[in-house]
Design a protein around this ligand. Structure first.
Ligand code: ADP
Ligand code: ZN
Length: 630
């Protein structure tokens, strides 16, 4: 291989036009060959072949009727032939010099024979060249048109399709564009350094990192980080998604992998980024069953990673949110042996992300990004980017020049609950039930000690399907939650249903989502957090994927599993009891706030607290609870 590092990087597409020119030339040649052979076959069938001697004999015998003299041949008819109806012209090939042809014409004239045409010059060369050029243009144009029609570069899509490999010479993204993620950046710093100066590492004889696996929930900025590495190191960035390798045809995936690394080798040093590597890299012996296409692709990938010469400066980054299903071979030393965790951002991280995304946006004076960051616990970078953009769009819609806090808060709710759905018409009874349900949640939260403050209650239906919702906002970032806080959360969640039952004596479907969430939380408390007295300090479940909402599965005896269910049910029952008791003892307040909400449709946390504080100056006592906490 002779490519040096200072060669300008070439796009993989650069080769395509040349390929087409060659194709056009070959196609033109073939077409011309066919045309000329057909033409000469037709031409020959029109004439009877004779020789120049024959012609001279007929001439001497004065037996000629019509003659055409061409530079290369003579076409003629004999008098005897001309009488017949289907007479064929005779042709004899000569190649006489110009002078001779003219002399012959004179001689014939002297004999009184009509000479129809005299062509002494050979123009055919120019005609042939012209014909070639026209044909070439036509064929080339047709091929270009065809290629475009088929979606650009789709010609030869099976096998060597490079259409899905994206290369950016310069990503233009730097670490400044990636908020937070300091640990990840630190781990990647070495790779950047290496790409800057591979010699420093090879001199010592250090084995260079071939790749790193970025692990984290969707939208946490893994792609962004990979691009930033390329940007910081100022090297080209190749990217492809693992799912692009997965094809119907056996061998296609493998050939794409080969192409990808071949192109990368041409422009090294560079970054090769494989998104969703789990699509191609999932374990070969897993329960998904054998699939030879998948195995071939994975084997090819493993081979390429082993094969490329890391001294050239190719670094392969991959991203996944399911590291546990990856084939162990991928994680072996010398391959993706480094795992870099890209976490959901904490409060500071979210604040920084908001700052990054509002850099180019005009903000009004009243904007308090910290408040937004506080409200968005659990959101990932992509959510926040989306939130900022929604806010900016809203500001434009409202005809303002800058984004204000209200825009941000409304778009936060939009991102969480969808937009308000004005055309859902509820009956009066339904509306009353929804109001009591929401106030049920809010009041339990407001009256409890360990709860997060309520910031808003609304009974305006939203596109998410919610007929109303109660929003709570944490005051600070929490990394630990106590069992008291979790129990409070449970009571708040079932507070809606408790209010419905208490006031109307009915159970409605409106509580479905609350019940699901409460059950999931209670189950986690029992199976993961060791917060159940009956089971004690034991975790009958194992977390299988911490990046997808803590997916877990039970791995315990059937007997224990039955007890888990029993415990979960009991926990929920007790919390429901607590909620109902609490609301019963504050029934007047429940009615009052619900009426107020019905009238106003949306009320703030402060309005709620005004009711709670004035009417309930004597604080709630511990006797309100049936379940005792330790
Ligand atoms: P992933 O690859 O992890 O699914 P992406 O890198 O595609 O996530 O992130 C999607 C978008 O979210 C990015 O283009 C960026 O706008 C935004 N984003 C995510 N994380 C961050 C971050 N840490 N800082 C700034 N923006 C971020
Ligand atoms: Zn509810």
């Amino acid at each position: 291989m002779d490519q040096s590092n200072n060669q300008p990087p070439r796009k993989p597409e650069d080769k395509k036009p040349k390929l087409n020119i060659w194709l056009a030339i070959v196609a033109t040649a073939i077409i011309l060959f066919i045309i000329s052979s057909v033409y000469s076959a037709i031409r020959n069938s029109r004439y009877t072949q004779t020789t120049f001697t024959d012609f001279m004999t007929e001439m001497k015998a004065d037996n000629l009727s019509e003659v055409e003299l061409h530079y290369d041949r003579i076409l003629y008819m004999t008098k005897t032939e001309a009488e017949k109806p289907a007479a064929k012209q005779k042709a004899c090939y000569t190649g006489l010099p110009e002078g001779d042809i003219l002399q012959l014409a004179k001689d014939l004239d002297a004999q009184g024979i009509k000479v129809n045409e005299v062509i002494t010059e050979d123009n055919s060369f120019i005609y042939t060249v012209l014909l070639y050029i026209i044909m070439f243009g036509a064929v080339f144009g047709m091929m270009t048109l065809l290629t475009k029609r088929m979606g650009g570069g789709m010609m030869g899509s099976i096998g060597s399709n490079k259409a899905k490999v994206y290369m950016e010479k310069q990503t233009g993204v730097t670490f400044r564009d990636v908020a937070g993620q300091d640990e990840a950046k630190e781990s990647l710093q070495e790779i950047i350094d290496f790409l800057h100066n591979p010699g420093k590492y090879t001199e010592i004889g250090a084995k260079l990192p071939k790749g790193a696996l970025l692990v984290g929930s969707p939208g946490t900025g893994k792609t962004l980080l990979a691009k930033a590495v390329a940007g910081e190191a100022n090297v080209p960035f190749f990217s492809i998604s693992g799912s692009d390798f997965v094809e119907m045809f056996v061998g296609v995936g493998a050939s794409r992998v080969r192409d990808l690394f071949r192109e990368a080798a041409k422009v090294a040093p560079c970054i090769v980024f494989i998104d969703e590597i789990d699509a191609v890299g999932r374990s070969r012996d897993s329960r998904y069953g054998g699939n030879s296409e998948h195995e071939q692709t994975l084997n090819q990938l493993l081979g390429e990673i082993d094969g490329f010469d890391s001294t050239k400066g190719i670094v392969c980054l991959a991203a996944t949110n399911r590291p546990e299903i990856l084939d162990k071979a991928l994680l072996r030393a010398g391959r993706f042996d480094r795992q870099i965790i890209v976490d959901r951002p904490n409060l500071q991280g979210r604040l920084d992300t908001l700052k990054v995304h509002t850099r180019k946006i005009k903000l009004a004076e009243d904007v308090d990004l910290r408040k937004i960051a506080q409200a968005t616990a659990g959101a990932v970078g992509a959510d926040l980017a989306n939130l900022v953009n929604e806010a900016a769009l809203r500001a434009v819609r409202k005809g303002r020049k800058a984004v204000n806090q209200e825009d941000l808060m409304v778009s936060f709710e939009t991102v969480i609950a969808g937009t308000e759905k004005k055309n859902t018409v509820l009956t009066d009874t339904e509306k009353r039930i929804v109001a009591y349900h929401e106030v049920g949640h809010a009041l339990v939260a407001a009256l409890e000690k360990h709860s997060q403050p309520v910031s808003k209650i609304t009974i305006v239906p939203h596109t998410s399907g919610a007929l109303g919702y109660t929003m709570q906002m944490p005051e600070e970032e929490k990394y630990l939650q106590t069992s008291q806080e979790l129990l409070t959360e449970l009571r708040t969640l079932v507070g809606g249903r408790a209010a419905e039952e208490l006031v109307f004596g009915v159970k409605t479907t409106g509580a479905a989502n609350d019940i699901q969430r409460a059950t999931a939380l209670a189950r986690n408390m029992v199976t993961l957090y060791g917060m159940s007295d009956a089971l004690g300090l034991m975790a009958p479940a194992t977390v299988s994927n911490q990046y997808l909402d803590n997916q877990s599965y039970l791995d315990c005896s059937q007997e224990t599993s039955a007890r888990v269910d029993e415990e979960v049910r009991e926990l929920l029952r007790l919390c429901y009891q607590d909620s109902k008791n609490l609301l019963t003892s504050h029934r007047a307040m429940l009615d009052e706030i619900s009426e107020y909400l019905l009238a106003k449709e949306t009320i703030t946390g402060d309005e709620l607290m005004a009711f709670v504080n004035t009417e309930n100056s004597e604080n709630i006592t511990e006797e309100d609870f049936v379940s005792e906490e330790e």
